[in-house]
Design a protein around this ligand. Sequence first.
Ligand code: G3I
Length: 366
Amino acid sequence: MKTKTLYFTRFKIAAYAALIALALTGTLSCQRGVEPEPEPTAEGETLSEIYAPYFRIGAAVAGGEYGYDTFRANDNAEAVIAEFSSLTAENAMKAGVIHPTANSWNYAAADKIVSWATARDIGVRGHALVWHQQTGTWMFTDGGTQEEKKAFARANMKAHIEAMLARYGSRVEWWDVVNEAISDSSTGSIYRTDSPWYQAYGDATFIRDAFAFARAANPDVKLYYNDYSMVSAGKRARTIQMIDELDLVRDGLIDGVGMQSHWQIDSPSTSEIQSAIDDFSALGIDVQITELDIVCSSAELPLLAARYAEIFRVLRDNSDKISSVTLWGVADDHTWLTDFHGFTNYPLLWDANFEPKDAYRAVTEF
Ligand code: G3I
């Protein structure tokens, strides 16, 4: 009996010692700032499970607008879409699609995306409240003075933003409030002055109005400025100048920048990506990768996986600055790149039959 008790006591002491050692090791590694090694990817883990320690992983989807519904594109589509932790409306929430005339709304496609996602606790990104494209011409008037043109457009913008924020409330957690308002040129205005919004206002203050209207409509949702070529130092500098001169950070009107990230097999470099993340993060705001895809011909397809591996390594290394990474599409059956470039593109993680590609494995096995 005595021996047994002694044995049990020694065992308890050893067990407690082991627990204390474990706790100390865990604490020490956190104190050293050394992130514990991420768990090895368990067989069958989804994208969102694998990326939960890093950031939301998302995809652009269609809810039937323009005759394409991602959810019905393949028998496997819903299972694939369910791998993501965030969805962006590719076209369904654009003003010209959802609010084509002053008194008409096409909510069905956007409602489908929001309902499907929120029923599965998947976040939704709203895209985009104010853009120079896919916007109903009814929002502007050619008549009158500059002030009258501005007043007309401003009232329509305010009504549109208030209606969108009211309908979707906090079910849409992040909004691309203004999309692509910065000039691609290093000469002249830093703004896209041919935008109908710029033309109506006569200046860029429509950008500040859009953020102010959205913030007032729902202070709980996160507001982003979204644009492409943010890895270009010049365009990035112009974007930062805009944020500064419109006092968007100072007045608490902006929460982050969306870097669209329509990239190529061989560019931008990882250092260019890092510089962009650093420059925007230095403003004290969030960074989101909002429209990632990679121009990829059939000849380039063997190079795609390594490119995604390289990009996602940089993104994971910056997960303290990045809250979300969204691919601009789910599978290769539907990508804007094919029409835009005039050749069939294979830019995404699943193939046209919604089967995972080597690119998917490059992003999930690391
Ligand atoms: O599907 C119809 C087809 O049936 C019809 O015959 C044809 C006639 O034009 O239109 C087809 O719909 C097209 C739709 O893409 C297909 O998904 C629309 O015309 C076309 O306007 C639409 O283009 C969208 C584009 O924005 C509009 O500028 C793309 O889907 C969409 O991926 C793209 O996304 C933008 C982001 O919003 C902002 N950043 C750049 C990105 C790429 O341009």
